[in-house]
Design a protein. Structure first.
Length: 119
């Protein structure tokens, strides 16, 4: 199983980035997918989640209305569209996949991609 993030970088406040997470090694369409982030000195936090079918999403309050999570099951890819970026969005962003089968939950993390919002 592999999750490979891309699309991070340096952007000015108010700018836009789109993160991508390309998956392989599992049945992508069966898994819920999430984006987490971790800023220096802070705990990792859940930013957004999308169900396996894409019909339900969750967002951290501080990103609602600015970030959008989406998935393309045909391309085995999940996206995080980030608009109106703020300095406090600066963090390493991680892709996360989870599947519960019976009493077992399977979890996989990507390696992370750095997002820096600064003028």
């Amino acid at each position: 199983v592999q999750l490979a993030e891309s699309g991070g970088g340096l952007v000015q406040p108010g700018g836009t980035l789109r993160l991508s997470c390309a998956a392989s090694g599992f049945t992508f369409s069966s898994w819920a997918l999430s984006w987490y982030r971790q800023a220096p000195g802070k705990e990792r936090e859940l930013v957004a989640r999308i169900t396996s079918t894409g019909d339900s999403t969750y967002y951290l309050d501080s990103v609602k209305g600015r970030f959008t999570i989406s998935r393309d099951n045909a391309k085995y890819t999940v996206y995080l569209h980030m608009n109106s970026l703020k300095p406090e969005d600066t963090a390493v962003y991680y892709c996360f996949a989870a599947l519960t089968a019976g009493v077992t939950t399977y979890k996989y993390w990507g390696q992370g991609t750095q997002v820096t919002v600064s003028s």
